[in-house]
Design a protein around this ligand. Structure first.
Ligand code: LMR
Length: 328
């Protein structure tokens, strides 16, 4: 049928396919939404796939489906609970249906850089969050870094008031909705795969994202420019179905989680460089990058930071305090 043909084409277009797995191997489908090149998550996922397939040959077979070819982030966790996919790494902004704890990471200006994010995630509080969705059937395995978010629109954004009346795409997070409302914008939740078209057609005027996402999906081509605000972060939770994880033979599970831990450490150490390279590539390709002086940036802090108060109840003031003491 046409549907089957379309599916076959999609699968063939990927780097690997589940058909290439041998009989008896545990097939691990890893679905994500970004590109694979010059992207922290894309590179990490490909490295994980390569290492699992080399070192666990005959036991486990991983197939990565990048670029939303298998699922959008708003569908992937349900698919995981159905057993249709075993691994995903949605941004921490995309877990609202399962936990409100991760809202901490979306609060604007909570973390000054990815090192601070890393330190918080490695703390007792951050590690406990990995287990926060067990009752919902999901187990966090690792945090993967992307980087700091920047603002872009179809007009120059220097003062927050420049955003007044503009429509902004946001990830599926109420914190990000509140943040865009705080700058006078009208936010619209939208899947990552739809952003380029929505910017191009003027369905939305602007968006926020990391350099690697703005480069990887070419958003800079359909925006006036990108303002270097560093106002928030995009980071990921590598997540799995807890029943699937527990069904694995302990030795197999250990080997898999050990490889994942090593890939995490190796690639997280490079995430800032990958984003800086993507920023340079945007400039190289003719994209406009605008920087803010201290006073201009402070204006964004003043307008956005009051959003914390709206969500302190969800995330817990103790968590905010813990993050801020690490961020000091
Ligand atoms: C987004 O939707 O903008 C990001 O979460 C995409 C991603 O995975 O980095």
């Amino acid at each position: 049928t046409a549907a089957a043909t379309a599916l076959a084409l999609t699968v063939t277009a990927g780097a690997a396919s589940a058909e290439a797995c041998q009989d008896g191997e545990i097939v691990v489908k890893f679905s994500h939404v970004t590109n694979t090149d010059k992207h922290p998550k894309g590179i990490a996922a490909s490295l994980l796939e390569k290492r699992v397939n080399e070192e666990m040959d005959g036991t486990m077979c991983m197939v990565v489906y990048p670029n939303s070819t298998l699922y959008d982030d708003n569908k992937v966790l349900e698919a995981m609970l159905q057993g249709d996919v075993q691994l995903a790494a949605p941004s921490l902004s995309k877990f609202e249906k399962f936990t409100k704890q991760f809202r901490l990471f979306d609060l604007p200006f909570m973390f000054k850089n990815i090192d601070a994010v890393d330190a918080f995630q490695g703390s007792e509080h951050g590690q406990a969050m990995l287990d926060s969705m067990q009752r919902r059937g999901l187990q966090g395995l690792a945090y993967w870094h992307n980087g700091m978010k920047q603002m872009s629109a179809n007009k120059p954004l220097l003062a927050p008031s420049d955003a007044n009346g503009l429509k902004f795409r946001v990830q599926s997070s109420d914190v990000l909705v509140a943040q865009m409302e705080a700058i006078g914008g009208s936010p619209q939740k939208m899947a990552f795969s739809e952003v380029y078209g929505a910017l191009q057609q003027g369905v939305v005027d602007g968006q926020e994202n990391t350099w690697s996402n703005i480069y990887g999906k070419k958003f800079f081509e359909v925006q006036d420019g990108i303002t270097e605000t560093d106002h928030g972060i995009i980071d990921y939770l590598v997540v799995t179905n807890i029943d699937w994880l527990e069904s694995l033979d302990p030795a197999v599970r250990d080997q898999f989680t050990t490889i994942l831990g090593e890939v995490t450490a190796t690639r997280n150490a490079e995430s800032t460089k990958v984003n800086n390279d993507a920023k340079a590539a945007i400039v190289e390709a003719g994209g406009t990058v605008r920087t803010l002086d201290g006073e201009q940036r402070q204006a964004w802090v003043d307008v956005m930071k009051p959003v914390w108060a709206q969500f302190a109840g969800d995330v817990g003031q103790d968590m905010i305090d813990a993050a801020q003491s690490i961020n000091a």
